[in-house]
Design a protein around this ligand. Sequence first.
Ligand code: 13P
Ligand code: SF4
Length: 314
Amino acid sequence: MATPIDPSLDLAAEIQRLKKERNAVVLAHYYQDDDIQDVADFLGDSLQLAQTAKSTKADVICFAGVHFMAETAKILNPERVVVVPDLEAGCSLADGCPVDRFKRWRARHPGAVAISYINCSAAVKAESDYICTSSNAEKIVRSIPEDRTILFAPDRNLGRYLERVTGRAMVHWQGSCIVHETFSERKLIALSERHPDAEIVAHPECEEPVLRMAAFVGSTTNLLKYVVASPKPTFIVATEPGILHQMRKGAPDKTLIAAPPLNETCACNECPHMKRNTLEKVYLSLRDLSPRLEMPEGLRERARVPIDRMLALS
Ligand code: 13P
Ligand code: SF4
């Protein structure tokens, strides 16, 4: 059991001290709580976090995100110690795509190219031809020769969106994100009527009717850049509301409205996996260098191949 935390500690200051002592960096995703984002050395979308994890010279990477993201860091930079605030921080997309079922699905489509969204386990990555993220998926799909069938897993919403923008038919795995499927077209129409000046921006994990209402669709980083650069004064943001922390910093004069979940009595627009991480757990992971992300070397090597193909195209 970890030694309990002294309640008088200034956790943010202690984290800064431990980072120096351990030669560690904290990488955080935009869906983390504000206090975690504020101690991070680097914030980014899945692609930028993977690229940063690959290039860091730090001895320790503390990955404040979800399991598949920390796994990707370890795959790309195995020499580093990768610690996570909470090993149980998963992802509904990754959980909904077990490797045995994925292999059987692939086997039913001989000769097809399998593109897997980075929100999947290392085991599924190892069985895939290409990995993609929400920021490079269109480019990866367009790079596949026209005569090849594409299997796209595990997010059917991102897959259908890609089909629409590239005109390329694909065979879809039927997975979805429990957070992004909570946004409803009906609620967004009502909200837009109350804020006629507002522009809707959405993550491509949202369902098709929501994406069709959006003026801009993109990864978390691209949503942030769009909102900051746009001359519009008001935005309805259809993704996890953690992103609003950086949007408010980048666009302090704009009105930013988090898209509501279908059932407003719940907080189901917040990712319960991302929110398992707390500032206390970030501190403990750096203090104890635990829990660590480990994986068998053979699996790591096989999972790296489709990630490297993605990075070469990014
Ligand atoms: P991004 O790569 O856009 O940050 O998305 C990660 C994710 O899990 C979205 O739900
Ligand atoms: Fe997974 Fe959805 Fe959470 Fe992103 S928001 S980590 S896709 S469950």
